[in-house]
Design a protein around this ligand. Sequence first.
Ligand code: C5P
Length: 210
Amino acid sequence: MSAVIAIDGTFASGKGTVGKRVAEHYGFGYLDTGKLYRAVAHAMLTAGADLTDAGQAAEAAKTLDPKSLSNPALKSGDVGAAASKIAVHTPVRAALLKFQRDFASAPGGAVLDGRDIGTVICPDADVKLYVDARPLVRAERRFKELSGYGEDTSLDTVFAQLRERDHRDKSRAQAPLKAADDAHLLDTSDLDIETAVNAAVAIIDAVLAR
Ligand code: C5P
């Protein structure tokens, strides 16, 4: 079986964990597209560049080395916040489009997670999921995760960053975060990982069986 599964959702909604596990379940490739934006942001921060400089950010996107996607530094809260700032630039998004579409069309099936997969990158995906959870639940999850990486932060800080990130991602002019009209909603607020993955697989199986 081969299919393209598009997973979008908010910061710390569980979309990454669900995406990875769903890909394993079906034996499909998995791409966390947030890492592309994080890698561009990391290159900009390392160069001491101005994140509002669309031209320089686009250049960093065009010259992105896929090997840099495994850099653990991309996981930090600061890089995530910077990613959402460079993600507003249209030329940055354009430069990252082909890599994502090529990944989606590779043989063997693909799961991509991000903010605009079902709406812009793969509008014809076989199945679309939109994953969300209550803001405080998401902040608690991300706080735990960042603390686990040894990052010195607080729940209040993470909650404030989440509010800011949600707002920026949903209100930007280009490819704003929103559920595609044909997306299936999955609220993970009261679900553990196992239950959330099972719920996603049940939705996907039902859609693919049609
Ligand atoms: O998912 P993650 O937190 O790693 O994404 C970091 C940022 O990258 C998001 O807040 C968003 O602004 C941007 N992004 C995007 N489109 C995607 C994936 C991520 O704009 N498909």
